[in-house]
Every structure is written in structure tokens, then in C-alpha cells.
Design a protein around this ligand. Structure first.
Ligand code: ADP
Ligand code: MG
Length: 568
């Protein structure tokens, strides 16, 4: 048997622990939600591993979560008979943070408690939140399939290190014992714990059980009996009917599946019947994850088959441009032993993906078209966080391109702000008499776009121009040539045709001017022969003496810069 060992936490864990204890104190009840959430995940993993290996259950088939407390010892224990952890798993899961973006996240912390608390919330708190109320945490765990003598005890005071040792544990699963800090005695009550569980964990599909309290005639007080009772509804939330689910339950369920601390912006919950049967409960988060741009990131959909958890991050269930969506899809048609490889080729999966895409777009449209300020604000938040990702859909999803185009928002010469709030529909509604096209300019930044000399003639004529400055814009525009039958035209391209916006008198004047400068233009063409393809008299400038333009059918200057930067 190995000796008890002392190991150090990863530097980021130490920092997180420090911060969490101080900044989340006002929200301390969430520790129970986090630990129950982990126990529920562990049960899901157990059920999944047992699909092909029923022996893993031993004689313990009924998955559940137990919450016990001991008034004298001042402890709370959360026990599960889920998958458990091996020694190596304990070390990596409870001693390090595996999330990508962890380093960047910690570099953003300012030391200001309130700002940092909000950031930590975005990062997700998880297991370490136990230290908000406990000054010592003991974890005893036995991996499903491991011998009783091969269990592990982990213990820490949440400072710099933890101890780990081999122990004997009779049952499979994990017991987490919190030794409460001074002053946390109010948590040592059935009533208090039950109310926290009902508030935050009612959506958990497993039974959460506690010891029943009963009136003792002799002692004239409530005493804890040995009889257990289930304190939550214990049914899969997504399988309940919509009318039985409160907004708070939807919100708490989101926090459980997303490991997010903030409320979502919106959700959509549907049972789909017909050729393919499934239930979807999908959410749009209120903020982008740290790894939104990570190419290896898989997305946030949990796949269940007939209520059995199958896998996290089932990326085949959502197109890449909707990778920010979180939630659950429960299929009645897929086999329980479905793998990522099978998902890739499954016709059922394609049907689910198409159906879910439509639902998510519908949810976004509802926010975008809301008449109420709250809805509008939500869409503005959504756009700020995820707009650039949604733009990928223009190139990726030909079927839904028109719907996505209506959801796009841009900065514009109409507003004096870099904020992207103008839709194509807004633009079209403001088009000038005689204007047939939608004009835009692309640039590296809002300032560069706004100061572009190409805008001068448009300003003069009072014609609005959309200012496109996101990296994906040029790429997106190669898939989007018109909106509502109106051509999208870059103001920086070749012989800009202003169509009916130019009146006859102007045209004549222009022709005369061109005639006057013919000789000069020829001389300049000669002088710039190897630098410029063409030299023209322009009428688009009012203040600047000259500007560079791209050929009508050529890549724009901005795209050329981007491709060069990408090494192409
Ligand atoms: P998250 O749940 O977001 O992954 P946590 O900090 O809550 O992060 O938990 C870290 C990891 O520790 C989990 O991903 C899981 O692997 C492991 N873990 C925590 N609690 C349990 C448990 N009760 N049973 C098995 N594994 C657990
Ligand atoms: Mg967790």
C-alpha cells in the first residue's frame, strides 16, 4: 500500500481557490449545486460505461445522490454511486484545471473583487467551490470496476497543496465531506439543505435523498431518522412537459449542462415526433466561452438516447457556426452503443441537426425581432458575443443563408458608433430615392472604415454605407452577393456605378472634366506604369486628392492584406 503523499496544486488552482473564497462568499450556497452537478455527471458516465458492461453495477443498480450532515462533527457529505475516480483521475481532476484558455483567463484577473467575481462566474466554479464554506474537504472515491482496497482519499485545506492516499472503500462512487468553516452552522439543517437543493438542483434526473426528520415526543424537537426521502422531482427535466417547468428550473438546468455560472439569454424546448423522434432543449449563453475560436473545440450538446447519457460535446448535432449553443438532445431512434463515428454517417443525426438548426435560428429571430427592450438588449448581447461566429453560417449553411443574412448586424455611417446594430432591413428601409444597391466598405478597424476616402461621395449624397470590420467579413461577402434582390457593392471597387443616384447634369459635367484631364491622366499612367493598373479621374472624392481602388473583379485590398497575413 502506497504511503500518504502531499502534492501541490497547479498555480492556477491556487489562485482560483483564493479568489473564489473571497469573491463568491455572498453566493456561497452554490457549492451544493456544483457538487450535486458533479455527482449527476458521474452517474451519467456510470450508466454509459455500463451499457456494454452490466457487471460494473455489481449489486448496486440504483443510481442516486445522498446528502447527509452531522451536527456534532459540523460536516456535510455528498455521496454518489457514480463512476468514481482512479488515483490518476483524482490528481488530474482535483489538482489541475484542464480547461483550455485557463492561462489567458487568469491573466485577465485584476485583483478587484467584484470584477473578478464576475469573471470567475464566466469561467465556471465547479468542485473548488466547496472551499467557500469548508476549510477542509475530504474526497473518498472508488472507480467503478476497481477493488475495494484500491480506493483513494484526497484531502485539502484549499491552500497550497493536498494529500492523497490509498484506502479501502466498500461502495463504488464518491463521498465528498465538507468540514464547515466557523460560522456556517446554519447549513447543518435539513430544512436549509432541502431548500437549497430544491432551488438549484430540482432538475437533476437522479433522486437526491436525505434522511427524514421526524418529531420526537420525548425531546420535543425534530430529530433526524435513518429513513431516507427523495427531495427533488428526480425526472429528466427535458422530458417533463413545458408547462411543468419554471423559468428558474430552466435556468438552473442550463447552469448544470453548460458549467456556466450566468443565466442564458434564451432557450428552446421541443419534442419532435414523426420520422425521427427526439427532444431538444437548447440554450444560447449570455457570453462567449474562452475557447470559442479554438479549432478543436467540439461544441456544447449533450447527447442522450432514451434518457441515457451517451456523450458530451456531440459536435455532429449542431453545425460549426452554432457551436456556442448548449443543451441536451435526447433521441429515441439512435442505438445506445452509438459512437462518434456512427454519428457522422447517421441519417437520424442529419435530421436532428437540421431540425435543431432551424430551432436555434428561430430562437435568434425571436430575440432579434422582439418589440420589447429586453429582447432587443438580449439580441445586442448575443450579437456582441457571437455575431462573428454566426457570420460563418453565411458560407457554411446554404439552406439557411437568407435567414442568417437577416440576423446580421453592422456598423454604419448612419450611426456615429462602432457598435454593430444595423440590419440589412434597416438599411434597405433607409435607401435613397433611386438607390438600387447596398453599399459597404471593408477595413481592418472601425476608425479606418469610417475615415475611408471612398465614403466621401456617399456622405455628400447622403447615402448610407455599411462599415464591415470583422475578420470574417470578406470571406462572408464572397458568399453573400445580394440581399432582398439588392446587390451588395463595395464602395472601394472600380468604376463605381451610382446608377440613378447620379443625375444627368452631373454625368455631363463629369464627362467634360474627364476630357479636360485626359492628357494629365495619360502622363500619370506612364509614370505609374509598373505600379498601377489604371489611372482615372474620380468624382467620388470630395476632400482627399486621390485614392486607391481595386478592380471590380479583383480581391479587395483588405482581403489581400488578410491573405498575406495568413501566409498565402
Ligand atoms: P467540471 O464539472 O466543469 O468538469 P469540476 O471542477 O466541477 O469541473 O469537476 C472537475 C472534475 O472532477 C470533473 O470533470 C470530474 O472529472 C471530476 N469529479 C468531480 N466530482 C466528481 C464525482 N462526484 N465523481 C466523479 N468525478 C468527479
Ligand atoms: Mg462540475
Amino acid at each position: 500500500v502506497a504511503e500518504k503523499e502531499t502534492l501541490g496544486f497547479q498555480a492556477e488552482v491556487k489562485q482560483l481557490l483564493q479568489l473564489m473564497i473571497h469573491s463568491l462568499y455572498s453566493n456561497k450556497e452554490i457549492f451544493l449545486r456544483e457538487l450535486i452537478s458533479n455527482a449527476s455527471d458521474a452517474a451519467d458516465k456510470m450508466r454509459f460505461e455500463a451499457i456494454n458492461n452490466d457487471a460494473l453495477y455489481g449489486n448496486d443498480h440504483e443510481l442516486k445522490i445522498k446528502v447527509l450532515f452531522d451536527k456534532d462533527a459540523k460536516t456535510i457529505t455528498i455521496s454518489d454511486n457514480g463512476i468514481g475516480m482512479s488515483r490518476d483521475e483524482v490528481i488530474s481532476h482535483l489538482g489541475t484545471i484542464a480547461k483550455s484558455g485557463t492561462k489567458e483567463f487568469f491573466s485577465k484577473l485584476s485583483g478587484d473583487q467584484q470584477a473578478d467575481a464576475a469573471l470567475i462566474g464566466q469561467f465556471g466554479v465547479g468542485f473548488y467551490s466547496a472551499f467557500i464554506v469548508a476549510d477542509r474537504v475530504t474526497v473518498e472515491t472508488r472507480r467503478a470496476g476497481a477493488e475495494a482496497s484500491d480506493a483513494v482519499r484526497w484531502e485539502s485545506t484549499g491552500e497550497g497543496d493536498y494529500t492523497i492516499e490509498q484506502i479501502e472503500k466498500i461502495n463504488r462512487g464518491t463521498d465528498i465531506t465538507l468540514h464547515l468553516r466557523e460560522g456556517e452552522d446554519e447549513l447543518l439543517s435539513s430544512w436549509k439543505l432541502k431548500s437549497i437543493i430544491r432551488k438549484y438542483s430540482d432538475h437533476i434526473s437522479l433522486p437526491i435523498v436525505m434522511k427524514k426528520e421526524a418529531w420526537d415526543e420525548e425531546k420535543k424537537e425534530n430529530v433526524v431518522s435513518d429513513e431516507l426521502e427523495t427531495v427533488n422531482q428526480a425526472s429528466a427535466l427535458w422530458a417533463r412537459s413545458k408547462s411543468d417547468i419554471t423559468p428558474e428550473q430552466y435556468e438552473e438546468f442550463y447552469k448544470h449542462v453548460s458549467h456556466d455560472f450566468q443565466a442564458p439569454l434564451a432557450h428552446t424546448h421541443n419534442r419532435v415526433e414523426g420520422r425521427s423522434e427526439y427532444t431538444q432543449l437548447l440554450y444560447v449563453p449570455a457570453h462567449a466561452p474562452f475557447d470559442l475560436w479554438d479549432r478543436n473545440k467540439r461544441g456544447g450538446i449533450k447527447l442522450y438516447v432514451k434518457r441515457v447519457f451517451i456523450m458530451d460535446d456531440a459536435e455532429q448535432l449542431m453545425p460549426v457556426y452554432l457551436r456556442f449553443v448548449k443543451g441536451v438532445i435526447d433521441s429515441n431512434d439512435l442505438p445506445l452503443n452509438v459512437s462518434r463515428e456512427i454519428l457522422q454517417e447517421s441519417r437520424d443525426v442529419r435530421v436532428i441537426r437540421e431540425g435543431s438548426t432551424k430551432r436555434v435560428l428561430g430562437m435568434l429571430e425571436e430575440m432579434a425581432n422582439s418589440d420589447e427592450q429586453e429582447g432587443k438588449d438580449k439580441y445586442a448581447t448575443f450579437w456582441k458575443e457571437f455575431g462573428q461566429v454566426l457570420k460563418e453560417g453565411i458560407g457554411e449553411d446554404a439552406t439557411n443563408k437568407d435567414r442568417i443574412a437577416k440576423l446580421l448586424r453592422f456598423a454604419s455611417t448612419q450611426n456615429d458608433s462602432a457598435e454593430q446594430t444595423v440590419s440589412f432591413a434597416d438599411y434597405v428601409a433607409r435607401m435613397k430615392e433611386g438607390q438600387e444597391k447596398i453599399y459597404y466598405v471593408t477595413a481592418d478597424s472601425y476608425t479606418a472604415a469610417r475615415n475611408s476616402p471612398h465614403l466621401e461621395i456617399f456622405r455628400k449624397k447622403g447615402v448610407e454605407v455599411l462599415l464591415l470590420t470583422d475578420r470574417v467579413d470578406e470571406w462572408m461577402l464572397s458568399f453573400l452577393t445580394d440581399f432582398d434582390g439588392k446587390e451588395l457593392v463595395s464602395v472601394a471597387k472600380g468604376g463605381l456605378d451610382l446608377g440613378k443616384l447620379e443625375d444627368e447634369a452631373e454625368k455631363k459635367e463629369h464627362e467634360e472634366t474627364e476630357g479636360q484631364y485626359k492628357d494629365l491622366v495619360e502622363k500619370m499612367k506612364g509614370a505609374l506604369a509598373d505600379k498601377a493598373k489604371d489611372v482615372r479621374v474620380t468624382f467620388r472624392l470630395t476632400d482627399s486628392p486621390a485614392c486607391l481602388v481595386a478592380d471590380e473583379h479583383e480581391l479587395s485590398a483588405n482581403l489581400v492584406r488578410m491573405l498575406k497575413a495568413a501566409g498565402q
